[in-house]
Design a protein around this ligand. Structure first.
Ligand code: PMV
Length: 348
């Protein structure tokens, strides 16, 4: 086919890293390997409408609609994304696009929508490309979708499939590459296939330091080299933890990764702190709870103050009870979101 008109819709989930990506090389390649749980409830749904132009344009022709309204403030980011991926899609300047997008989670919740959003949009563009080239294999489709999503926002490349994705080149993991994320290729104990993630919204505001700036500060960071090595070691260590269902080992590694991410922020120049007092109160409460109950609740953090509570599904009742009685007081407007490990993006 040479020219097509229509629309396509994809719903793509957010993801939460267990081993963190913090620091990158050009172009949007990770300084170390990362691993994430794909989420389920936290997702972006994007419809891409496309209509051929009379003739090839010099500019990208598109508008962005967010939850029913034109959202001009999103357009520079999308323009940048189109520029980044233009070389990988020959048709971008031959169409007029409307990008209609909405999130399942509240807009100002402090939950970043860049991973789910960029992944949903990349999948829409791939569906268009597949319509133009119907003999494309599913494997190529997924890999290129992840590759394209990476050029939108690094961690977005891990939002294509589930339940666990790996991005980066680790010598112990066959098929691993910094170009795109792959489905975690080793055995996962069943306990991890239904893991829960309850997100405590400690601070719903915009964060003071963007992750782009944070990644850049790793270039001159005194501990960068050690940190990148440590991440690869943790990737290797996770292999047996995930295979055996070693929850103690999992907790130790995941919490250490979260605190190391924030330690990198606190020790860069300029230094910064994204945790809030309530983040620390929650962490202390979790440690007390774990000591008292011997349950397997742990936390992780991304580049913000919110706390992700990770735990096995069969401990859900006790953990939710604990959240309601002890932790909601630390959340903005008592707000938290219950999510769990998911299967990846779906075409609607
Ligand atoms: O994808 P970015 O550039 O927003 O970076 C995300 C970085 C962390 O969320 C802090 C860690 C990660 O691996 O997702």
């Amino acid at each position: 086919k040479t020219s097509i008109e229509g629309s396509v819709t994809w719903k793509a989930p957010s993801n939460i890293a267990l081993v963190k990506y913090w620091g990158k090389k050009p172009v949007q390649l990770p300084a170390n390997t990362s691993i994430s749980f794909t989420l389920d409830a936290c997702a972006t749904t994007t419809t891409l409408y496309y209509k051929p132009l009379e003739k090839r344009s010099k500019e990208f022709e598109f508008k962005v609609m967010f939850e029913g309204e034109r959202k001009k403030s999103f357009e520079p980011k999308i323009k940048k994304f189109f520029e980044n991926v233009d070389g990988y899609f020959l048709f971008l300047k031959e169409y007029e696009f409307t990008i209609e997008t909405s999130n399942s989670f509240p807009h100002s919740s402090g939950i970043a929508s860049s991973a789910s959003g960029m992944s949903a949009l990349s999948l829409c563009l791939m569906s268009m490309e597949k319509e133009l080239q119907p003999d494309m294999t599913d494997d190529f489709f997924r890999r290129k979708a992840s590759f394209i999503a990476r050029l939108g926002s690094g961690s977005a490349c891990r939002s294509i499939e589930g339940p666990m994705m790996l991005w980066g080149e680790n010598e112990d993991i066959k098929g691993s590459t910094p170009e795109y994320a792959i489905n975690y290729p080793h055995k996962l104990d069943d306990v991890f296939k239904t893991f829960q993630d309850t997100i405590l919204l400690v601070d719903k505001g915009e964060k003071e330091v963007s992750s782009t700036v944070g990644h850049d500060l790793m270039h001159y960071h005194p501990f960068a080299k050690k940190r990148f090595k440590q991440a690869e070691k943790n990737i290797a260590a996770l292999k047996s933890i995930l295979k055996k269902g070693d929850l103690k080992g999992f907790i130790r590694l995941v919490e250490s990764e979260a605190l190391t991410l924030h330690a990198m922020m606190m020790t860069s120049l300029p230094y910064f702190i994204l945790m809030k007092p309530n983040t620390l109160s929650i962490i202390n409460k979790i440690w007390e709870f774990r000591a008292a109950t011997k349950l397997h609740l742990c936390f992780t953090l991304d580049a913000g103050a919110n706390v992700h509570l990770l735990y096995p599904e069969n401990e859900k009742e006790q953990v939710l009870e604990f959240i309601k009685s002890e932790l909601v007081q630390y959340c903005e407007n008592q707000h938290y979101i219950c999510d769990q490990v998911g299967k990846g993006a779906v075409k609607l």
